[in-house]
Design a protein around this ligand. Structure first.
Ligand code: PHE
Length: 460
């Protein structure tokens, strides 16, 4: 990319691409199911607080590093902190996180592809809620189908990354993101008429403190990183293609608000269905696939079309996020090892595919059948847990420490203020305060609590 780094066509192009990276399976597939597993309201509240006080300040920092260095993560730290500085390892950690996340992300995106295809065959029409929910289990335990869609999705991702981000992803995002949001609003309105709506609103928005599990705090914080694509250099890399005129804080706030809106909308579509049909909110990773089609089944023929549109949009949301994950890994080999884009994309995508095979087979019991007994989670869940709850928060912690304490202050201030909108000095000071103190302390506190060194229960 140092040869042909490219750039976004405008500020709007950047916001869309960054939003495309942020809005993905994290919002529609993951957020509702972990909200369900963690008892609803309190979890949502901690997540919202994490987005505001940790997520937004770190998103600004990542874009600041990216634009200031015009490089992908590893190169960016060498450029800003010096060739031999250990900050480079933060970039390396990011590349590793991207690799791991994409390996199982592609499996879930594969399920979305499978459901898109099922919509075309009008599969849900006339099926009972139980039948629809049982179908997911069939899919989950089928080795062949999982591997098939996992490979299709990795090929799609590689195809976009080979072509360069601007021509592919930026253009598609422009069309698909607005449609996605519109569709969710329509579905959310439809859900208001379901009998379980009130219960759903109460579940998602009313914080029952007693339902909070200590592990839920780390999970909510980790999810704030995951859903905003933070802590592994995706936003950093996208920031490196940003022109010098755009105001970074403003763009970061738009992206975060959009991302949060989609996540909450997804909950407001899914939970009414869950409570109306008596499903279990703790159903885990299958949740979105077991709830949406129930509405489609109800509306008959038109349901087929709506279901097709919805799952196609889900696939695109996943694709625009997957592309940013692969871009971080690929651009490392292009920038640091001098590979050309084609070679880098094919090799890294191939490696990610292979690494994803155990995740794709997690529901089949074929590979590592003892994994779950040993570690309490299957292979797929273990990788999601490691990457989202540990690698991203740690990556984010180092990024906030770097920008808050180690980066050249003049450069940092200039990057923050370019573009005008946030030039009043208290904006900068507020950001810096959150970045230097609040964000790192929050991440450290949550990690210490998780490791058992401090116990928040005593404090309350
Ligand atoms: N933010 C994406 C989602 O919510 C996932 C992602 C994580 C993408 C990290 C890039 C980097 O689906």
């Amino acid at each position: 990319m140092s040869v042909d780094r490219g750039s976004w066509s405008s500020k709007f192009g950047f916001i869309l691409a960054a939003a495309g990276s942020a809005v993905g399976l994290g919002n529609i597939w993951k957020f509702p199911y972990i909200t369900g597993e963690n008892g609803g309201g309190v979890f949502v509240l901690i997540y919202l607080v994490s987005v505001a006080i940790v997520g937004i300040p770190i998103m600004i920092s990542e874009v600041v590093i990216g634009r200031a260095s015009q490089k992908s993560p590893v190169g960016a730290f060498s450029f800003l902190a010096g060739e031999n500085s250990s900050w480079k390892f933060v970039g390396m950690l990011g590349v590793a996180s991207g690799f791991i996340i994409l390996s199982y992300y592609s499996v879930v995106a594969g399920w979305a592809l499978n459901y898109t295809f099922m919509s075309l065959t009008n599969f849900f029409d006339g099926k009972t809620a139980e039948q629809i929910s049982g179908t997911f289990n069939t899919l989950y335990s089928s080795a062949g189908i999982n591997l098939f869609w996992h490979s299709v999705f990795m090929i799609l991702t590689a195809a976009v990354v080979v072509a360069g981000v601007k021509k592919g992803i930026e253009r598609w995002n422009r069309i698909l993101m607005p449609i996605l949001i519109l569709m969710f609003i329509i579905f959310a309105v439809f859900s208001i008429f379901l009998s379980g709506w009130k219960e759903a609103v109460e579940f998602v928005f009313y914080p029952h403190i007693d339902k909070l599990k200590p592990s839920g705090v780390l999970e909510a914080l980790g999810h704030a990183f995951f859903t905003l694509s933070l802590g592994m250099g995706a936003m950093l890399t996208y920031g490196s293609y940003l022109d010098k005129k755009t105001n970074i804080p403003q763009a970061a706030i738009y992206v975060s608000l959009l991302d949060t809106a989609v996540a909450l909308l997804a909950c407001m579509v899914m939970f009414p269905v869950i409570f109306t049909y008596g499903f279990n909110p703790q159903a885990g990773p299958g949740l979105v696939f077991q709830t949406f089609p129930v509405i489609f089944g109800e509306i008959g023929r038109a349901g087929m079309l709506l279901s097709f549109i919805l799952f196609t949009l889900l696939v695109f949301a996943a694709l625009s996020s997957a592309v940013s994950l692969l871009e971080v890994v690929t651009s490392y080999f292009i920038d640091e090892k001098g590979w050309d884009r084609k070679k880098a994309t094919l090799i890294t995508a191939g490696a990610v595919f292979l690494f994803g095979i155990p995740s794709a087979l997690s529901g089949t019991g074929l590979l590592f059948p003892e994994w779950q007994t040993m570690y309490g989670k299957n292979f797929f869940d273990t990788f999601d847990y490691l990457a989202s709850n540990w690698m991203l928060p740690l990556g984010g912690l180092f990024i906030s420490i770097y920008v808050g304490w180690a980066m050249d202050p003049a450069l940092r201030k200039a990057e923050f203020e370019t573009g005008g909108n946030f030039s009043k000095s208290w904006y900068y000071k507020t950001w810096l305060f959150f970045l230097k103190f609040i964000a790192p302390l929050a991440v450290i506190a949550v990690i210490l609590q998780r490791v058992g060194i401090i116990d928040f229960d005593i404090l309350f």
